[in-house]
Design a protein around this ligand. Structure first.
Ligand code: CTP
Length: 394
C-alpha cells in the first residue's frame, strides 16, 4: 500500500484518525485527508494537514482544479479509500449512493477498494437501519470492519467503538500488493470458487435455503488470491465483504450458479464450497395464499449438480475440489462423493455441530491417496492450508 485517501467523518472518534495517520506515515503510506463538515467539529484541517504532511480537503467546491474534475481525480489517485470514523450517517449515505458533499461524492466516484471503520453509539450500530446499510455496503464490496466493544464516550457499553488505529492499519496493509519477493505460487492461474447457500424461490416472497454463511468459501477465495491466483468467486446470497483481489459474481439459485460457473471456465482449478440446494420447486407467479386448511404441496425437482458437471466436463479444470457436509459416516460418504462426482479431492466436514455459520472447522482431506484429518482450526486457517495445498498441486 503506497497511498490512501482517508475520509474523516464527524464523530468523537475522529481524534483517533490522527493516530491512524501517524501510524500510516510511519509505515511508509502516503495519506491525503478529506474532512467532512461534521468531522471539523472534532478535529481541525490543520491537525490533519500537519500529521499527513499533505493538503486537506473539506469542500467539494474548494478543489482548485475542478475544471479537470478534481474530485474524480482525488477519488482515483489513491490505492485505497479509508473511511475512519465511518459514522452511521456517512454509511447510510454510502449505502444509498448519496453524493451531497465532497466525502460522499468521492465515495461514489471512486474505482478503488473502500475500507470503512465504523464508530457510533451502540444503539445506532444495532439499529435495523444501520444493520441494513452495513449489509448493503458489504454486498457492494465495501470492507466494513467490526467495531470494538467497550465503554463509549456517551457512557453506554457495547459494540460501536472505532477499532484501534493499529487494527485499522493492519486492515489497510491487508489490501497491499504482496511485497516483491513474497511467494505468489498461483500467479497466472485462474481458480474458480463457489460459496454460500442458494435460494430456491417458491413464490415472490418465499424461498428454500440452507444455513451456509459463505465464510469458509470466502476465506478460501481470499487465501487463493493472496497466493497470486486470479480468483472468480461465484457466490450465493451472503452478507460478506468480497476479499481483496477477488472477482465476485452474485447468483441466487443453483441453476444460476451452474450457468455462472460454466461461463467462468476455463480454470486451472475449481473449489466448490457452496452449499448448493439439491432441489427447486416450480416458482409460483403470485404469492401462494392459505386455502381453507389444505396447505399447498411443493413438488421438488432436482437441481443440476455443479461439481459432478465439472468433474465430467470436457473443459474440466486440472484440479477439482468438492466439499462434503455430512452429519454421519463423514469419511465413507465423502469418499463415495469423490468418485461419484469425479472430484480429485473432497474436503469433508461434520456439520452436525455449529460449523455452519460458525468460525471454526475440523476437516478431512479425502484424496486418491487416502484421508488426512486436520485439527479443528479457524476457517481462515483451513483456507490458508488448503490454498497452499492447491498451490503445491498446480
Ligand atoms: N454440489 C454442487 N451442486 C449441487 C450439489 C452439490 O456443486 N447441486 C457440490 C457442493 O458444492 C460440494 C459437493 O457438491 O462441493 C457436495 O455437496 P453436498 O451437499 O455435501 O452433496 P450432495 O450432492 O448434496 O449429496 P447429499 O445431499 O446426498 O449428501
Amino acid at each position: 500500500m503506497k497511498k490512501i485517501l482517508l475520509i474523516v467523518g464527524g464523530g468523537i472518534a475522529a481524534y483517533k484518525a490522527c493516530e491512524l495517520i501517524r501510524l500510516c506515515r510511519k509505515a511508509g503510506i502516503a495519506v491525503k485527508c478529506v474532512l467532512t463538515e461534521g468531522g471539523q467539529h472534532f478535529v481541525t484541517p490543520m491537525t490533519l494537514a500537519a500529521l499527513s504532511e499533505n493538503q486537506v480537503y473539506t469542500n467539494l467546491f474548494d478543489l482548485k482544479d475542478e475544471a479537470e474534475m478534481g474530485h474524480i481525480q482525488l477519488s482515483r489517485e489513491a490505492d485505497l479509500v479509508v473511511v475512519a470514523p465511518a459514522t452511521a450517517d456517512l454509511m447510510a449515505k454510502m449505502a444509498a449512493g448519496i453524493a451531497d458533499d465532497l466525502a460522499t461524492t468521492l465515495l461514489l466516484a471512486t474505482d478503488k477498494p473502500v475500507l470503512a471503520a465504523p464508530a457510533m453509539n451502540v444503539r445506532m450500530w444495532q439499529h435495523a437501519a444501520t444493520r441494513r446499510n452495513v449489509a448493503t455496503l458489504r454486498g457492494d464490496g465495501v470492507t466494513v470492519l467490526e467495531p470494538d466493544e467497550g465503554p463509549m464516550a456517551c457512557g453506554e457499553y457495547g459494540p460501536g467503538r472505532l477499532p484501534e488505529p493499529e487494527a485499522i492499519l493492519r486492515a489497510i496493509q491487508e489490501f497491499s500488493e504482496p511485497k516483491s519477493g513474497a511467494p505468489r505460487p498461483l500467479a497466472g492461474k485462474h481458480v474458480l470458487v463457489t460459496a454460500g447457500p442458494t435460494h430456491e424461490p417458491i413464490d415472490p416472497v418465499r424461498y428454500i435455503a440452507n444455513r451456509s454463511s459463505g465464510k469458509q468459501g470466502y476465506a478460501i477465495a481470499g487465501a487463493l488470491a493472496a497466493l497470486g491466483a486470479k480468483v472468480t468467486l461465484v457466490s450465493g446470497p451472503v452478507t460478506l465483504a468480497t476479499p481483496p483481489g477477488v472477482t465476485r459474481i452474485d447468483v441466487e439459485t443453483a441453476q444460476e450458479m451452474a450457468n455462472a460457473v460454466a461461463q467462468a471456465l476455463p480454470a486451472d482449478a475449481a473449489i466448490m464450497v457452496a452449499a448448493v440446494g439439491d432441489w427447486h420447486v416450480e416458482r409460483a407467479e403470485q404469492k401462494l395464499k392459505k386455502q381453507g386448511g389444505s396447505p399447498p404441496r411443493l413438488e421438488l425437482a432436482e437441481n443440476p449438480d455443479i461439481l459432478a458437471m465439472l468433474g465430467a466436463s470436457p473443459r474440466r479444470p486440472g484440479l477439482v475440489v468438492g466439499f462434503a457436509a455430512e452429519t454421519e459416516q463423514v469419511l465413507e460418504h465423502a469418499a463415495a462423493k469423490r468418485t461419484r462426482k469425479g472430484a480429485d479431492w473432497i474436503v469433508a466436514n461434520d456439520v452436525s455441530g455449529d460449523v455452519m455459520g460458525g468460525e471454526a472447522n475440523a476437516v478431512h482431506l479425502v484424496t486418491a491417496d487416502g484421508v488426512e484429518s486436520w485439527e479443528r482450526l479457524p476457517k481462515d486457517e483451513v483456507a490458508r492450508r488448503l490454498a497452499q495445498r492447491i498451490a503445491d498441486a498446480l
